[in-house]
Design a protein around this ligand. Structure first.
Ligand code: SAH
Length: 254
């Protein structure tokens, strides 16, 4: 409980190194990415898709494999983008990468058919993201994003405080759906990510990574705190995961 640091307080290079070793940097799965893609409908071969906050490419690789579209994987960490390029190369997939903050993207007005954003929209919040990205989308273009959302009105104080610190703007599904519509989008669909998206796919792989990371940075208090922070987050999910979850929202610009 004494550790209340936010992930953003840590040294960027350490975070980057910690997360470079895991398949994904946020909760999710191949199945949920495919399910969301399916809700959008057919994607034309000339379409352009931007995957914002792509990390090491968990969703960008699937989008490249499943569509004939041009995929641009966007992140602010070059190390992650390098991994995306390497993975794409290994699989024979065509993905271009772009180092840019999601809040000031260099795309032209109405350039994009689809914006993908898994586990990363919290960096700027849904409200701001939906405002900023609308102009970049073609009329009828889509945004598919996941975000941590409250699933219950009643919740323990400990978890309320945890999220108040980590992501104070976090909404409920209902409030998010309202917000989406108020920003000029139609809801195409939404669903809650199953438990294994957090446990099997996100927290469990981190355990092995933590060991290696701690061995390498023995005695470094920042590294130790980062790991402790991630462990605390996993513990919070184990204890209170029924109160909140990641929700996939699939929306269309009107
Ligand atoms: N989509 C990936 C990664 C999610 S983690 C997955 O689901 O596995 C969040 C990602 O957002 C990280 O890769 C981080 O580097 C990136 N990020 C953080 N702030 C950002 C910003 N302002 N603009 C773009 N990317 C950002």
């Amino acid at each position: 409980m004494e550790n209340k640091s936010n992930i953003h307080d840590f040294d960027f290079n350490l975070i980057c190194e910690y997360f470079s070793s895991t398949e994904r940097q946020g909760p999710g799965s191949r199945e949920t990415t495919l399910r969301a893609l399916d809700m959008i409908g057919p994607i034309e071969s000339g379409a352009t898709i931007a995957d914002l906050g792509c990390g090491t490419g968990s969703s960008a690789l699937i989008l490249a494999e499943q569509t004939e579209a041009q995929i641009v994987a966007v992140d602010i960490f070059d190390t992650f983008l390098q991994i995306v390029r390497q993975k794409a190369h290994n699989k024979g997939l065509d993905i271009s990468t772009l180092n840019s903050p999601m809040e000031s993207l260099p795309f032209a007005r109405e350039e994009l058919d689809l914006i993908w954003c898994e586990g990363a929209i919290y960096n700027i919040g849904i409200d701001r993201a939906l405002t900023l990205w609308r102009d970049l989308l073609k009329d009828g273009g889509h945004i598919a994003f996941t975000d941590a959302s409250w699933l219950r009105d009643e919740r323990a104080q400990e978890i309320e405080e945890f999220w108040q610190e980590a992501y104070p703007q976090m909404g409920s599904i209902e409030s998010n759906l309202k917000l989406i519509e108020s920003k000029g989008y139609r809801i195409k669909g939404w669903f809650v990510l199953p438990d294994e998206c957090w446990t099997t796919n996100f927290y469990e792989p981190q355990r092995a990574a933590q060991k290696i990371f701690l061995d390498k940075h023995k005695g470094n208090p920042t590294a130790e705190m980062l790991v402790e922070n991630q462990r605390y987050e996993a513990e919070m999910y184990a204890q209170y995961g029924c109160s909140y979850g990641y929700v996939f929202y699939i929306v269309q610009r009107m």
